[in-house]
Design a protein. Structure first.
Length: 126
C-alpha cells in the first residue's frame, strides 16, 4: 500500500493553530492601563505607532519601558529627529488627573510630535 496517512499531520497542525490563536492576543498586552470609554471609530494606521502610557500611579512608559518625567523630553526629541515622525498613541488611565495627561501632551507638542491619538476602549451600548 503506497498511501500516506495525513491524519496525524492534520491533528498536529490544528493543535498548533489553536495554541497560536490563544497566545497571540496575550503577546500584544502592554502596560496595564484602565482606559476610558469612547464611541470613536478605530484609526487606520500605516506604520507601527509609538505607545506612551500613563498608569494609575502616574508612571510614564514609552512603549513598554518606564521613563522618568525628567528624561521624557530627551526621549521625545530622539523620536522627533527621525526622518518620518511616528504616530503616538497616548494611553492614560481613567483615574488620572486631566492636568497630568495634558502636561504629557504639552511635552509631545514641544518636541514636534503632533500626530497624537488618545487610546480608549469601546463604550458598552446602553
Amino acid at each position: 500500500m503506497a498511501e500516506i496517512n495525513v491524519t496525524p499531520l492534520v491533528d498536529v497542525m490544528l493543535v498548533l493553530l489553536i495554541i497560536f490563536m490563544v497566545t497571540a492576543p496575550l503577546l500584544t498586552a502592554g502596560v496595564p492601563v484602565n482606559l476610558p470609554d469612547s464611541r470613536a471609530k478605530p484609526l487606520e494606521q500605516d506604520q507601527k505607532p509609538v505607545e506612551l502610557s500613563l498608569d494609575a500611579a502616574g508612571k510614564l512608559f514609552l512603549d513598554k519601558e518606564e521613563v522618568s518625567e525628567a528624561a521624557l523630553p530627551a526621549r521625545l526629541e530622539q523620536l522627533a529627529d527621525r526622518t518620518e515622525r511616528p504616530q503616538i498613541f497616548l494611553r492614560g488611565d481613567r483615574s488620572l488627573d486631566y492636568g497630568r495627561v495634558m502636561r504629557v501632551m504639552g511635552e509631545l507638542n514641544r518636541a514636534g510630535l503632533n500626530r497624537v491619538s488618545l487610546v480608549t476602549t469601546e463604550e458598552a451600548r446602553r
